[in-house]
Design a protein around this ligand. Structure first.
Ligand SMILES: CC(C)(COP(=O)(O)OP(=O)(O)OC[C@H]1O[C@@H](n2cnc3c(N)ncnc32)[C@H](O)[C@@H]1OP(=O)(O)O)[C@@H](O)C(=O)NCCC(=O)NCCS
Length: 162
């Protein structure tokens, strides 16, 4: 990893910084809420006091139970190809091992070869096709404000490979 990057748990005070990385402020807030409930863990990468990357792990009710479900990985475009994405994934795997998970799981859009290449070089293997049902949620009311289905590949990595 670049030596000036720290991985830590996301905090409510990161919300402004996370809005862009998560795709929207509401999405970032919903993820912070899930982490505060303990449904998820949410990790951020910080350099020079600035949040430049994020990753979440869903511990229950992910898309490929019983495995921990990694989602929402993003690194700021100006900080890519420096190992930050790798460190965010490895930190999520370490947390999963500490919870006695044997495998971690995630999905990638079928038309996203860059993401597939990124995860393959980290040891992830396509396990099966998946129809990912996404939902946009209003963090203030919990109301579903949008939903859809995206074709994805589920990718898994056994944690005893290290
Ligand atoms: C995918 C993403 C998280 C990678 O973050 P990153 O910090 O740049 O990743 P790393 O620097 O750890 O990359 C490690 C290796 O992965 C591979 N890799 C990373 N990005 C790649 C790309 N766009 N195309 C092909 N291989 C890639 C390379 O082998 C790279 O090593 P190298 O730089 O020595 O060649 C980042 O590009 C991103 O945020 N993309 C937009 C959101 C996204 O696609 N998220 C994941 C899908 S859910």
């Amino acid at each position: 990893m670049t030596d000036d990057v720290t991985i830590r748990a996301a905090a409510g005070s990161d919300l402004d910084a996370l809005a862009e990385l998560a795709g929207s402020r509401d999405r970032a807030e919903v993820r912070l809420q899930a982490a505060a409930r303990g449904d998820d863990s949410m990790l951020v990468a910080v350099t020079a006091g600035v949040v430049v990357g994020v990753n979440s792990v869903r511990w229950r009710d992910g898309c490929d139970p019983p495995h921990p479900w990694l989602y929402g990985l993003a690194v700021d475009a100006s900080h890519r190809r420096r190992g930050i994405g790798t460190e965010l994934v490895r930190a999520a795997e370490t947390m999963s091992s500490e919870r006695d998970a044997g495998t971690v799981s995630l999905d990638v859009d079928v038309d996203d070869p860059a993401a597939i290449a990124f995860y393959e070089q980290l040891g992830y293997v396509i396990a099966r096709a998946h129809e990912h049902r996404w939902r946009a949620i209003d963090p203030r009311t919990g109301a579903v404000t949008g939903e859809g289905i995206v074709p994805t590949w589920i990718m898994r990595r056994p944690l005893d490979q290290r």
